[in-house]
Design a protein around this ligand. Structure first.
Ligand code: FAD
Ligand code: NAD
Length: 471
């Protein structure tokens, strides 16, 4: 084993949190080492999360649209076939290009990249078991834990990533299953259900709660989403709890029970996807060697400056508090480096957008109507349907709406919820508005190009005063 010079910052984990912190610290002139065990940079997001799933979502949508949504556009297509191997190859190409790009960016910013598993020896020294064999030790003035998260296992169902899969198996199936049961109707469940349902799999989503979409989705929007996904062929069992499973037969069986006390039944399918959430990952990190505390959900405990109880060891991303989202990890990564270097940083947790990349997309920022009700916060609602938007009409793509929530006294924007084409892009405008403390009138008085989907955003703002022009 060798011991290197002391670095200003040693980062454990080269996911979005870790690699962004590494680049930012390099830009700030710090001496940085980033340790990643996967063999490629970018973490869950680039390798098995955001990026591969969006490739499959985009291309499965295109396939589904060519099959089912061309005739009324005056386009006649012949023999349409799916080549699953090439479909997966397109995904792999996107992933490889981006992960290599990140490696280049680390090099460009003078970051030392070690391929291996890092673990604490003490409060300053990290042992790295190198992927190629051997080990080395790095010493850091500051250390950043950015080890991310992993799929929460479903008790009693062993994951083999072939018949009982997590999202990692779901982005790499080698054949199109004839049937799939999805445990969990959150974002992963619905995105993956969309991919395989579009390719021909009969998908049933089992969700414990009485609404789909996971935490944060506005109930009215969740209901509208469910209706549209059902129309696409997905089945839903809400308020239903999976209580056990059996993989011994040809098909995987799940015992389910109504969460509200209905009668139990057994469902079966060729493949079961477990998508019941993700949990922080701190395996083999040697946290016990430094007496680091985790909370009851396994998250590293930090203060508002991302400091653990050992002040020069900080932590950001999925492994600590907050929503498990790549852009949240990225914001924190920049902020934590600013705290280390300059003593101040900033993340506005009230303005972090969420996007579900189904068709149509669902996107939101700020508070939902049910949040506001629960907290007794008064609000005014404005909605505008895409069926009244000229661009959506020309695109023959009119499902969905924009919903805006504003303070009845001050008119300050409280939340934006969109289901519709390009919702994921449009939500950036809502996020900017929230960040700047805009009123719905500010949005209504901002000129939006015609004909664009974004005009629905402006009209929803006008609708909070019952003054939409086109509806
Ligand atoms: P990770 O990306 O998990 O990175 C942590 C890295 O640390 C890993 O590469 C791991 O190998 C490494 N590591 C762990 N321990 C060690 C160690 N001891 N030594 C060395 N290396 C170590 N978010 C979005 O915002 N948009 C999306 O569209 C989206 N889609 C997703 C789709 C799927 C299927 C999944 C699973 C997740 C998705 N997410 C999405 C969530 C997103 O991937 C995470 O929020 C994000 O990756 C968190 O970044 P992170 O750096 O904190 O953790
Ligand atoms: P989630 O928490 O969003 O959803 C899990 C769902 O499973 C919940 O609705 C929950 O009620 C349900 N559930 C839990 N136990 C159950 C049981 N026994 N039976 C039936 N239902 C059960 O988690 P996820 O969808 O696994 O996603 C994990 C994380 O990854 C999330 O934080 C998500 O934000 C992130 N992610 C984001 C994106 C995106 O931004 N587009 C995409 C994928 C993943």
């Amino acid at each position: 084993a060798s011991v290197s010079e002391e670095k200003d910052l040693v980062i454990i984990g080269g996911g979005v949190a870790g690699y962004v912190a590494a680049i930012k610290a390099g830009q700030e002139g710090m001496k940085v080492t980033c340790i990643e065990k996967r063999g490629t940079l970018g973490g869950t997001c680039l390798n098995v999360g955001c990026i591969p799933s969006k490739s499959l979502l985009n291309n499965s949508h295109l396939y589904h649209q060519i099959l089912h949504d061309t005739k009324n556009r005056g386009i006649e297509v012949g023999d349409v076939k799916l080549n699953l191997a090439n479909f997966m190859k397109a995904k792999d190409t996107a992933v490889a290009g981006l992960t290599k790009g990140v490696e280049f960016l680390l090099k460009k910013n003078g970051v030392e990249y070690l391929k291996g598993t890092g673990s604490f020896i003490n409060e300053n020294d990290i042992k790295v078991a190198l992927n190629d064999g051997g080990e080395t030790t790095v010493r850091g003035k500051n250390i950043l834990i950015a080890t991310g998260s992993e799929a929460t296992p479903f008790p009693g169902l062993e994951i083999d990533e072939k018949r009982v899969i997590t999202s990692t198996g779901a982005i790499a199936l080698e054949k199109i299953p004839e049937s799939m049961l999805v445990i969990g109707g959150g974002i992963i469940g619905l995105e993956m259900a969309s991919v395989w349902s579009r390719l021909g799999t009969k998908v049933t989503v089992i969700e414990f709660l009485d609404q789909i979409g996971g935490p944060g989705m506005d109930t009215e929007i969740a209901k509208a989403t469910q209706k549209l996904l059902k129309k696409q062929g997905m089945d839903f069992k809400l308020s239903t709890k999976v209580i056990g499973g059996d993989t011994s037969g040809e098909k995987v069986k799940l015992d389910v029970d109504s969460a509200k006390g209905g009668k139990p039944e057994t469902l079966e399918a060729e493949v079961v996807l477990t998508a019941i959430g993700r949990r922080p990952y701190t395996g083999n990190l040697g946290l016990e060697n430094i007496g680091m505390e985790l909370d009851e959900r396994g998250r590293v405990i930090i203060d508002s400056e991302y400091r653990t109880k050992i002040p020069h060891i900080r932590c950001v991303g999925d492994v600590t508090f907050g929503p498990m989202l790549a852009h949240k990890a990225e914001e924190e990564a920049v902020a934590v480096v600013e705290y280390i270097k300059k003593g101040h940083g900033h993340v506005n947790y009230a303005a972090i957008p969420s996007v579900m990349y189904t068709y149509p997309e669902v996107a939101w920022v700020g508070q939902s109507e049910q949040d506001l009700k629960k907290n007794n916060i008064p609000y005014r609602v404005g909605t505008f349907p895409f069926s009244a938007n000229s661009r959506a009409k020309t695109n023959l793509d009119t499902d969905g709406m924009v919903k805006m929530l504003a303070d009845p006294e001050t008119d300050r924007l409280l939340g934006v919820h969109i289901i519709g084409p390009n919702a994921g892009e449009m939500i950036a405008e809502g996020t900017l508005a929230l960040e700047y403390g805009a009123s719905s009138e500010d949005i209504a008085r901002t000129c939006h190009a015609h004909p664009t989907l974004a005009e629905a955003f402006k009209e929803a703002a006008m609708a909070t005063h019952a003054k939409a022009i086109h509806f």
